[in-house]
Design a protein around this ligand. Structure first.
Ligand code: UDX
Length: 429
């Protein structure tokens, strides 16, 4: 099948490369000429394990190409994917400006009717609204379809080929099956449903996962008051098949490009439809509070932070990504800088992106050990697996005092305490 993908951000590029790898001919369009040049040279514009390799392979076998001109490629494809951003507006609702612009361009440029699929996370009713824009003029019939994306950053390539499910929402079943057949080589649960249902599945899934995280973070706070261990509690809960062990890791709260945005958007769109989604208000409050509680824990141990030298490991919102959007690590560094601490930090991938959002005198180090030289404390703020494998004898020698704050419960607390550290994590004493 010939496919056009508009928007080469996270969702667009991974989907494009994945669909090309499945054997389709994929034309990618983006308005940013610089990005297109980089992609044409076979390099991804963000860090994602395994993506560069598949990008190069599918450029070489000519199943994948990049252009800034939608006009040039639109009539060569039967299906168009809209993968542009839907950034949050000040009230939390999703801004559909870019999605609407793409629909208007398709309407103007396309000679024939086509299937137009939204992969961007969009509010319920967007498909119907897009169909109106697309079918403004009679003579051609466009079908708007929803195919929400469930990729996790850092594992997106794996997730593309091994998804838990593929959901397609369409008004006509025959159209829905045409889109689902693009993924016929992928063995998983496939579900064709109404457009509104598909749109809501994406929000509901992300909001539920965020709720699980806020729930376990609340439990971690009860653990701290009662002497229970949140890791053990999560293990005990997760062994119940009805609960499962995933997304029960306590820490300094969720971040990233999806959870914070989608939880706020679902709350906003529920409110807009006359329903007060009370639970999500609490999920958001708990997430914000969790970051603050960790900062207060640091202050309680170290006293005034003014002039204190603090090493921070991690800037990305989670491990295996260079993405710092809504990162709890970045948030924490902002708080430390505001309290006049001297921050030295390291992240294996996210330094360039962090520099764009962090101000103040922050030292960016070339490796993890540099951050802790003569530091008053070390903070782990992102769950990069390599931070758990540091040489902790060396860490102890480098620190001025052996204090570690672990915001991701990454280290084995018994071993690290045995090694002579004062160790503070989340929900474990
Ligand atoms: C998420 C969804 O998982 C994915 O299906 C959707 O398509 C996009 O949003 P992503 O944002 O890449 O994916 O990250 P995810 O792995 O879900 O983690 C989100 C945040 O929650 C991170 O900050 C992570 O550190 C945090 N988290 C995750 C926890 O604090 N505890 C957990 O148990 C799991």
């Amino acid at each position: 099948m010939k496919i056009t993908i508009v928007g080469t951000g996270y969702v667009g590029l991974v989907s494009a490369v994945g669909l090309a790898e499945l054997g389709h001919r994929v034309f990618c369009v983006d308005t940013d000429p610089q990005k297109i040049e980089i992609l044409k040279s076979g390099r991804a514009t963000f860090y994602e394990p395994g993506l560069d390799k598949l990008l190069k392979k599918n450029l070489a076998n000519r199943r994948l190409s990049f252009t800034v001109s939608l006009a040039q490629v639109i009539d060569q494809s039967e299906i168009i994917f809209i993968c542009v951003g839907t950034p949050p507006q000040p009230d939390g609702s999703a801004d559909l400006t870019y999605v609407k612009q793409v629909a208007a361009s398709i309407q103007t440029l396309s000679k024939q009717g086509k299937i137009v699929v939204t992969k961007s996370t969009v509010p319920i009713g967007t498909g119907a609204m897009l169909e109106q824009i697309l079918n403004k003029k009679p003579g051609r019939v466009f079908e708007a379809v929803s195919c929400p994306e469930f990729l996790r950053e850092g594992q997106a390539v794996y997730d593309f080929f091994h998804p838990d499910r593929i959901v397609v929402g369409a008004d006509k079943q025959s159209v829905g099956f045409k889109v689902i057949n693009l993924f016929s080589a992928v063995k998983t649960h496939k579900m064709v449903t109404s457009r509104e249902t598909a749109e809501l599945i994406k929000y509901a899934a992300n909001a539920f996962l965020a709720t699980k995280i806020s729930f376990i973070n609340e439990i971690s706070n009860v653990c701290e008051k009662t002497g229970a261990d949140v890791e053990e509690v999560a293990k005990g809960m997760g062994l119940d098949k009805r609960i499962n062990p995933y997304f029960l890791k306590a820490g300094i709260g969720y971040g990233g490009s999806c959870f914070p945005k989608d939880v706020r958007a679902l709350r906003q769109l529920s409110g807009g439809n006359g329903y007060n989604f009370r639970l999500l208000k609490a999920v958001i409050e708990v997430n914000n509070k969790q970051r603050q509680l960790f900062f207060e824990k640091i202050k309680k141990v170290l006293g005034s932070l003014e002039g204190k030298k603090i090493g921070v490991l991690g800037l990305a919102f989670k491990g295996n990504t260079d993405d710092v959007r809504e990162s709890a690590a970045v948030d924490l560094i902002k708080k430390l800088v505001k309290a006049k601490a001297k921050v030295s930090c390291f992240d294996p991938q996210a330094v360039a992106n962090a520099r764009l959002v962090l101000n103040g005198r922050i030292r960016y180090c070339a490796n993890a050990y540099e951050t802790m030289e003569q530091a008053d404390a070390l903070i782990i703020a992102t769950e990069w697996p390599q931070f758990a494998k540091l040489d902790f004898k060396k860490v102890k020698k480098l620190l001025r005092q052996p204090i570690i704050f672990d915001g991701k419960n990454l280290l084995n607390h018994q071993l690290i305490k045995k090694a002579g550290f004062s160790y503070y994590s989340v929900g474990r004493s």
